[in-house]
Design a protein around this ligand. Structure first.
Ligand SMILES: [Zn+2]
Length: 420
């Protein structure tokens, strides 16, 4: 009784019944293997795998051996005869086996389990867990993603967010387009220039392009001109994440290097001030993360180090204070207040006389409308940063693959969006 119940639980091989079980115990590192032998249920109508119609004429059958879900950790195989039919409509075909995956030598339920696990684990781990090949996992995951995501629905898009990211080791780039309202990734394509995003706007079409109210992007983006050409009515918005990253790179890093050079070369061995200068230079060299880490994230000891560094260096102090005040630009709900904050910030940047800071302020001044536009389109400022970080994680998980189509599907799957 219990035996039959277990067999029933394991079943699901429609059209076939279990006739024999072969067991091979675990040896060394190898897991145990179970082989289940099936035979066709007598008088079960066989259908053509091509047209689905019942076919009476069975030509012959050839033995097939496919993987199924593991039974109590044992690698499990199913062996069965697959009939070859003479279909009156299609000619010679094979019988339809509903529980058999279409392209792989495994069952649909195993393929489904692989696809589920591949949503959260790197391919390598899924392949090791189920004892199947890397390429098999990738193909199953890719197919499942394409079926689930389908062609993307583009109606009702109001605010677009565009960003670029590096492929592989940074020699090539791709562009990601998202719906900022629903936080759904709409499109991913190779390249990061005008021509690259043209494909997306062609897909969106003129009617939907005309309804786009705003586009969020990095102020240094090369595709800005194409955005203006496709959606001339849309307001351009520069997000906090990219402007701050630019400030870190072009101002904080630059001033820190300038200051290290200003301190000068090491003094001669017999100079009494030598020890202090070596220490000062080292402190400046190692201060990068102290300056760039959010102050709230620093421990008590590092906070003391930061304050000592800033107290001893006027240029770094100035750059640091303006770094924190720059972020305030994105906190205003009223354009007038944001512009007053900007005027004050710009004046202080110029008063500093620090060339890197002055250059940055002048550049941002040319783009300030795009910063102030943030007041009108109150977006989640962490959205583009979140996409950027997630892509980095996916890239690490996907180490080794060159298949962009699959990588882009993974990005879309990671941002399915929230209901509008
Ligand atoms: Zn047929």
């Amino acid at each position: 009784m219990a035996y039959e119940e277990i067999t029933m639980l394991l079943g699901g091989w429609e059209g076939f019944e279990l006739v024999n079980v072969l067991r091979q115990p675990a040896t060394g590192d190898a897991v145990p293997v179970i082989e289940l032998e099936l035979r066709p249920v007598p008088n079960y109508a066989k259908r053509c795998s091509n047209c689905g119609e019942v076919v009476a004429v069975v030509h012959d059958a050839s033995p097939r051996r496919v993987r199924d879900l593991p039974i109590l950790e044992a690698e499990t195989w199913v062996v069965f005869p697959r009939a070859r039919l003479a279909c009156p409509r299609c000619g010679p075909t094979v019988e339809m086996v509903p529980w058999l995956d279409r392209y792989q030598r495994l069952t649909t339920r195993l393929a489904a389990a692989i696809a589920r696990l591949a949503q959260v684990l790197p391919i390598k781990h899924v392949a090791a867990w189920f004892g199947v090949g890397w390429a098999t996992v990738k193909q199953i995951d890719s197919r499942a993603l394409a079926a689930r995501l389908g062609p993307v629905a583009l109606d009702g898009v109001r605010v677009l967010a565009l960003d670029e990211f590096a492929l592989h080791r940074g020699q090539r780039y791709a562009t990601v387009v998202a719906d900022a309202d629903t936080r759904r990734v709409l499109w991913v394509g190779e390249g990061r220039d005008r021509a690259a995003v043209r494909a997306f706007f062609a897909l969106l079409g003129p009617a939907r392009c005309a309804r786009v109210e705003a586009v969020v992007m990095d102020m240094s983006a090369a595709f800005a001109a194409e955005v203006r050409a496709a959606c001339p009515q849309a307001a351009v918005v520069y997000d906090r994440f990219h402007v701050q990253a630019g400030y870190h790179r072009d101002v904080v890093d630059r001033v820190r290097v300038d200051e290290t050079n200003r301190v000068g070369r090491a003094l001669p061995r017999d100079d009494p001030g030598r020890g202090a200068r070596v220490a000062e230079r080292r402190e400046l060299r190692e201060s990068r993360w102290l300056l760039l880490t959010n102050r709230a994230g620093l421990g008590a000891g590092d906070r003391v180090r930061l304050y000592e560094l800033l107290g001893a260096n006027w240029a770094l102090f100035t750059v640091y204070v303006l770094k924190e005040d720059l972020a305030r630009l994105w906190t205003y709900a009223y354009p007038g207040a944001a512009r007053r904050c900007w005027a004050d910030w710009y004046a202080r940047a110029h008063e500093s006389g620090l060339p890197a800071l002055v250059r940055f302020a002048d550049r941002l001044a040319r783009h300030i409308d795009g910063v102030v536009n943030h007041c009108r389109y109150a977006l989640n400022t962490g959205f583009l940063e979140g996409i950027n970080n997630k892509i980095k994680v996916l890239k690490r998980m996907a180490y080794g693959y060159r298949d962009h189509e699959y990588f882009f599907l993974k990005i879309r799957a990671a941002f399915p969006g929230i209901p509008r």
